[in-house]
Design a protein around this ligand. Sequence first.
Ligand code: ZN
Length: 219
Amino acid sequence: MDGVAETARSSYNTAVRAKMGFGRKFTSGIVPPSEKREPTWWFAFQGNKLLVHQGSPSVTIPCLVDFAELGVMALSRHYLGLLDQTPCYAVELAEGTPPPAGMSFEGLRQVFGRLDEDLFWVATRAVQIVDWGRTHLFCGQCGTPLRTKTTERAKECPICGQLHFPRLAPAIIVLVERGRELLLARSRHFLPGMYSVLAGFVEPGESLEEAVVREVNHS
Ligand SMILES: [Zn+2]
């Protein structure tokens, strides 16, 4: 068990170092390069599953000038920015689209530690942008189809002007210790015998500390 925990800790530390800037640098961007001439990282999702080249144990993602080279039709694409100097795009694929030969769709948890850490962290952005694009098609205020803004990561209603940004949902996760005891909880949908540390979403106007207190009191 200690070996498993150590492996997980080591892989997590490596990922955090990459995210903190020890790896390649990711620069978020809205305006894509004017010409498609260089190899580009394509983070293509079907639902929340990433299209990867199969490998054992490691996997990678397509790095092509044009996503069309894969012969898979994209429902939408969103420019994400540059990983060092390489452009990155998030792509939405239709449900039921079969993966090209030698490729598969995998959840991000399944590729953690198997996909290059820098790419993994960009993938965590990409999946959220694709989800936002898919779930924010119409204005929540007046129902008009939204337009994607070209100057910031937002969608705008052409009728009422309402802006819609990618959704952020702050959450807390906390391990409460007393000596050698840990406070764990279980949810009704957990498998038998499964317990978890306490976690939950922060409510509007609540501080992170208040959210921790509320979750502990609920447990
Ligand atoms: Zn509107």
